[in-house]
Design a protein around this ligand. Sequence first.
Ligand code: CU
Length: 239
Amino acid sequence: MGRLMKGSIVGGLFLWGLASLSGDLIRAVSAQSTGSISGRVMISRDAPQLRKLEITKDKEKCGTERFADDLVVSADRGVKNAVVSLIGVKGSGVKTDKNVVLDQKGCAFTPRVVVAPAGAPVDILNNDGILHNVHTYSTKNTPINKAQPGFKKKMTETFGQPEIIKLTCDAHPWMVGWIVVTDHPYAVPTDGAGSFKLTDVPPGIHKMEVWHETLGKLTKEVTVKTGEDAKVTFELVKN
Ligand SMILES: [Cu+2]
């Protein structure tokens, strides 16, 4: 190998090393210039008794015994499927390249609540192999009312305007879901423990909102500091 070639390989490796180092540095700096918010959404009193749903058809796919999942509460009062978001904040753009997936599984929307960036494709799946009929109730986005026969495994829809959209199935009256369309990346549903985490939040004082389909809304103010995780607990009142 000639000296020149050897030199250029070494030089190339050096430059590559420098480039990856600067990439790491940029990532580290941007992580350091933001903070995060984590916490839980709780209910003010013990969970109410589960309500039994009446399954009237397609029992081989839908099952015979189902309980309502409009209010799912953990043993220590954490509320699942609430959406925590920042309000009045402009993000650095929402990522619309990844499809949001909403399945119809065992005659239930799964997950029941999804967050969808405005303009992002939402794949509505039907793996039950039976007729579902997706029906949305929206005012800012054009409502959808479409039959999805068993053979149609996927329908892709987009929602351009921020809005909380209720979703039902006209074939199975107990099926309810929600698509929360946002124009910023700071929105997330709570998990089974009622926990949430918002990351890459710009430092400053932010107004936060939690929404839950049966417990309503609550707002709070939070101060986010660079490199720190602000803790917030919401307590939604169940009358
Ligand atoms: Cu259905």
